[in-house]
Design a protein around this ligand. Structure first.
Ligand SMILES: C[S@@+](CC[C@H](N)C(=O)[O-])C[C@H]1O[C@@H](n2cnc3c(N)ncnc32)[C@H](O)[C@@H]1O
Length: 639
């Protein structure tokens, strides 16, 4: 594991007007950036000249200086142009006051100007304290501004208020909420919050250590940190070392610096169109990525071994590996056979429709000693039209046609068509799979969905907002919070033959106990933060998060799952499926969100439709979203 430094900034009023001095002073102490007050460039007599601009080069302003906008809201337009001129990466705005409409109005037009003047990578940071009142204010402001992508939160860690244990529990709840309705770009901590330990070094009280540790675990890969010196402390380096020590704790590095975490980095909150392995032919490299999964193939192997152990000596066993790709499940079957020490006479046939993958399978057949030993057969065919002779002799069908939501790569349709032509006692690995859904809060994902509107589609036309918000996306959720424990939508079981693979589910989410432990909705529930508290603050829900679990064997012993409550730790083959809501919806304290989702099918396509209704704690209707993707007008999976 390689340790990564915190991206740590420093703010100190004594040199907030001189970046040259600030950088010379704090960079040797391992601070990465400094905060400077923006000068007024609106003309007039009070011109504030500064010496630093004549000596500090552009590259430092672009990378190592964050602006702070002083003055009243009305004066923002006189300060910001200088930040754009200097190419500063971000500007900290004044803390919002009670005049929410006025602040929102200025922020909305500033965000628009910033986009035009400074481009999409510039950020406006609004200071928000981690307390209930400030978060409510923030939710109102960001909603009024319609969630502009370059606006985010500078989260301020407040002093401990009252009983430390209660404070910590409450802060965890607020933080979970805030991660969803941020996006949090940076967090700040004041030197006045630090204690002094026996050796005279700065240290933080346990609740602060815990909150910062948790924040780093959740967002540490993208988060900046800001130390605000409000005590005229001169031992800056000690504060830096202490914060770096929090970052280097085992519990944090285990989450942020593992090889899995590093591999995931480019995928965090990046929306991807789900694969369609039935309609499209997957690429060599895509198969290679799948095959790196340390858990999935082992679980398949274990399930196949359980089946083969039960086979009587001397009987013939035909295993069809359908949708074999480059053959890892074939190898899993052969290894399972060896491990089972079964004396059944094994025959394995790999079925695949992707011609390039078939070439790979045929090469394995010729050059892989294990495959040669078992005389693995390769058949190029759509499994739905496989020859009868194979179907009727098959004892075990092994497949992995599962998507992030279980059924969204059309495993039900493909397997049902095949299994109708097999003997009724044939066993399918997987035997059943269940789809789950949970409301999720992520203004970051909402911003990403809006950005999709401007991307070109397959015909080089911009996608447009309707299609963007009516498309489910595969995403490694990160700046996101699952707001309720997930609930079951439906289960498909094989070889139960059902002619109708359409489904519908109505899920009412009213008790959010345990939601914090679900984190971003990807990964196992975190027992350390499992809280019995019910969140009594309002939230913003931006979408629904789809996950799945599968029983690979009929007895349910061998499983794989990406649903937080049964997550297969270490497995990375699937990220969740995010169903966006057209507009974020506001849930009042202890409110209820009633969601409906439909799986629809016609001769050529399968698609999902979804909607949500918000009610107060007494069940009174507050708002309802439209039905998304009616008739599959914006997104579908081709049969
Ligand atoms: C998700 S990949 C899994 C590949 C491989 N079994 C593995 O686990 O790495 C699904 C594979 O099934 C194939 N496939 C999907 N639908 C199929 C169908 N109807 N007939 C044959 N192959 C199919 C795809 O081409 C792809 O190779």
């Amino acid at each position: 594991m390689t340790e990564v430094s915190l991206l740590l900034g420093y703010q100190d009023d004594t040199f907030s007007h001189d970046v040259a001095v600030a950088l010379q002073t704090v960079r040797p102490e391992s601070f990465d950036y400094v905060v400077t007050d923006l000068p007024h460039v609106g003309g007039g007599l009070n011109i504030q000249t500064r010496s630093d601009i004549t000596v500090v080069e552009a590259k430092w302003w672009r990378t190592s200086v964050v602006g702070r906008c002083p003055g009243s809201i009305e004066e923002w337009p006189n300060y910001l142009p200088w930040a754009w001129h200097m190419n500063l990466p971000a500007v900290i705005l004044p803390t919002p006051d009670d005049n929410i409409p006025q602040y929102s109005q200025q922020l909305a037009s500033l965000a628009l100007s910033a986009l035009q003047e400074a481009g999409g990578s510039f950020q406006l940071w609004v200071p928000v304290s981690l307390d209930a009142a400030s978060i409510r204010t923030w939710q109102k402001i960001i909603s009024a501004c319609q969630y502009p992508s370059l606006v985010g939160v500078l989260l301020e860690i407040p002093p401990i208020d009252g009983d430390p244990r209660e404070h910590m529990t409450k802060q965890m709840t607020l933080l979970h909420n805030m991660i969803g309705c941020g996006p949090i770009k940076s967090f700040s901590i004041r030197t006045s919050l630090f204690l002094t330990n026996r050796q005279g070094y700065p240290t933080l009280a346990k609740p602060h250590q815990y909150i910062i540790g948790y924040l780093l675990k959740r967002l540490g890969r993208t988060l900046k940190v800001l130390l605000i010196n409000d005590t005229a402390a001169t031992n800056r380096g000690n504060f830096q070392q202490y914060l770096q020590h929090l970052r280097n704790r085992d519990s944090v590095t285990a989450v942020l610096d593992s090889s899995n975490a590093q591999d995931e980095h480019d995928y965090l909150d990046a929306l991807q169109k789900p694969l369609q392995p039935l309609q499209d032919h997957l690429l060599f490299a895509t198969y290679e990525v799948f095959e790196g999964d340390p858990i999935k193939y082992q679980r398949y192997q274990d399930a196949c071994r359980s089946f083969l152990i039960e086979r009587q000596a001397g009987t013939k066993t035909l295993v069809l590996v359908v949708g074999a790709g480059r053959g890892p499940l074939v190898t899993a079957v052969l290894q399972a056979y060896r491990a089972s020490q079964s004396a059944t006479l094994l025959r394995v046939i790999a079925v695949e429709k992707n011609p390039s993958a078939v070439l790979y399978l045929q090469s394995k057949q010729q050059f892989d000693p294990l495959w040669q030993q078992f005389k693995v057969q390769v058949v190029q065919s759509d499994l739905r039209s496989l020859e009868d002779q194979f179907c009727q002799q098959a004892d075990l069908i092994v497949s992995e046609l599962l998507g992030s939501f279980g059924c969204n790569e059309l495993s039900p349709e493909c397997l049902d068509t095949l299994l109708k032509r097999c003997r009724p006692d044939v066993v399918s690995v997987p035997t059943r799979y269940t789809s789950f859904l949970a409301p999720v809060s992520s203004l970051k994902l909402h911003q990403e969905v809006m950005a999709q509107s401007f991307y070109p589609d397959n015909n080089a036309r911009v996608v447009g907002q309707q299609i963007a918000v009516e498309t489910p996306y595969v995403v490694r959720t990160h700046a996101a919070s699952q707001m309720f424990p997930e609930q079951t939508c439906w289960t498909f079981e094989h070889p139960t033959i059902v002619d109708d693979t359409s489904r519908k589910a109505k899920l009412v989410f009213r008790d959010n106990r345990g939601a914090i432990a679900c984190g971003p909705g990807y990964g196992a529930v975190d027992e350390m933060v499992a809280s019995s508290e019910v969140d009594t603050e309002p939230w913003i829900v931006t979408g629904l998060l789809g996950t799945f679990s599968a029983d690979l064997s009929p007895d349910g012993v061998h499983k794989i799952s990406i649903a937080p409550h049964s997550f297969s730790v270490g497995m990375f083959s699937w990220f969740p499926l995010y169903f966006p809501l057209q507009h974020p919806v506001h849930i009042p304290p202890q409110g209820i969100i009633d969601t409906s989702i439909w799986r629809k099918i016609d001769e050529k396509r399968v698609w999902y439709e979804w909607m949500a209704t918000v009610m107060d704690a007494d069940g009174n209707l507050l708002s309802t979203t439209p039905i998304h993707n009616p008739g599959g007008r914006s997104s579908h999976v081709s049969l």
